[in-house]
Ligand binder design. Structure first.
Ligand code: CTP
Length: 396
């Protein structure tokens, strides 16, 4: 997603400036071309050499530096940028940008660019909460800037409050969200499910399965990066919430069904990657079950089959986790659940918790596409390629 994109990273003079080095590093590792512009104040906190070494590219600090190719053509970076990110953005820089000031390389670039601009403010809590800063941020929001509100916590002043620069992952997630706005799924609403449901036995124990949730989360992130508005209905998983995705946390299959039914209103596609338990304890105990006998028998009853029961005028994509007769069993599920596409997943391969997956895509016409072993993110994009095509075909 970030590969071959030009990210202009503006660094301004706050104590959080050192954290921009981590951002520059992660963006560079993700394949982006990162051109850093530092304000004069930023150079008091971190040296340009740090960013030069991390990005492997010249760093602009002075608009009148004749030795810098960018400085001579002072709007060249504004034209080259796919996205401009200012992290940290101080109250001073925010005010100057809101007022249209263009007296250094960063403010000139922001004024001249047609690329989306993302601001990650970081400052003292009182400066952030001051009405003038809030008014400036509102003005910028109204002009289409994306503002990532600072986090709450201990600030350099020793005070506790809102003003901390958000984590690098959140800034990168927001950059991906902004870059994806023109993607092939722009304007589409997609519901994705992920993770393994948990069916309670008593207040402390559950029946669950080995799904890590990685496949569903990867689909949600990939759909976001292609411009879709995404709701992720997530069964418990140890993964961080994707930025810019609405996440609805659920526990059991029954809860997942309710959440999915609510989420699919006016939706374009439902992709059910969750491993939904097929059975739940018939009567979960209200109190913790004690070990009073040598054996214990649990009575189980069927859970709702979400894919079969939640219907509507949207593309429906299911997964088939199979340990034998992969294609045949998957085809049967495609027919019985009346799906548009099914992702046949051979679970004899080591898929649980892995970052890769080996799947076969099967559509209604019986076409099968046997994909090689790919990262879950790549599998997600291949599923979305097909979903996107199904949506296009539907609208003609
Ligand atoms: N699914 C569902 N509700 C369930 C069980 C499964 O919506 N109660 C969905 C899964 O999310 C998946 C598809 O149905 O997209 C197939 O799931 P899978 O577990 O492979 O198949 P089952 O229908 O449960 O059949 P079986 O376990 O007998 O193979």
């Amino acid at each position: 997603m970030l590969a071959s994109k030009t990210v202009v990273l503006g660094v301004t003079g706050g104590i959080a400036a050192y954290k921009a080095a981590d951002l520059a590093s992660k963006l560079t590792q993700a394949g982006a071309k990162v051109d850093v512009i530092m304000t004069e104040a930023a150079t008091r906190f971190v040296t340009p050499l740090t960013f030069r070494a991390i990005t492997g590219r010249p760093v602009v600090t002075d608009m009148f530096d004749l030795a810098s190719e960018w400085s001579i053509e002072h709007v060249a970076l504004a034209d080259a940028a796919d996205v401009v990110v200012i992290a940290p953005a101080t109250a001073n820089t925010i005010a100057r940008i809101a007022g249209g000031v263009a007296d250094d390389m960063l403010s000139c670039t922001v004024l001249a660019t047609k690329a989306p601009v993302v601001l990650a403010p970081a400052m003292d809590v009182n400066m952030f909460e001051n009405a003038v800063t809030q008014e400036n941020l509102d003005r910028l929001r109204a002009r289409g800037f994306t503002i990532i509100d600072p986090g709450y916590g201990r600030l350099a002043s020793g005070k506790i409050g809102r003003g901390r620069l958000v984590e690098t992952e959140k800034i990168i997630g927001t950059i991906q969200l902004v870059l994806g706005r023109k993607g092939d799924l722009a304007g589409k609403r997609i519901v994705v499910t992920a993770g393994g449901t948990q069916e309670p036995i008593d207040p402390v124990r559950v029946i669950t399965n080995r799904s890590s949730g990685k496949m569903g989360y990867a689909i949600a992130e990939a759909a976001r990066d292609r411009g879709a508005t995404v709701t992720l209905v997530a069964a418990p998983a140890s993964l961080s919430e994707p930025v810019g995705v609405e996440v609805v946390h659920v526990g059991s299959a029954v809860q997942m069904k309710e959440a999915v039914a609510k989420a699919v209103v006016q939706v374009d596609a439902l992709i059910m990657a969750a491993a939904v338990a097929d059975y739940q304890p018939k009567a979960p105990a209200k109190e913790k079950v004690k070990k009073t006998s040598d054996t214990l028998t649990l009575a189980l009853v069927r859970t709702p089959d979400i894919l079969s029961e939640v219907r509507g005028d949207f593309i429906r994509v299911g997964f088939a986790a199979e340990s034998d007769n992969l294609v045949e069993n998957a085809r049967q599920k495609l027919v019985s659940k009346q799906l548009d596409l099914i992702v046949a997943n051979d679970i004899t391969q080591d898929v649980f918790g892995a970052d890769t997956n080996k799947v076969i895509l099967i559509d209604r016409s019986g076409n099968t596409e046997d994909l090689p072993l790919l990262t879950k993110r790549d599998v997600a994009d291949r599923i979305l390629d097909r979903t996107s095509k199904l949506l296009r075909d539907r609208s003609v």
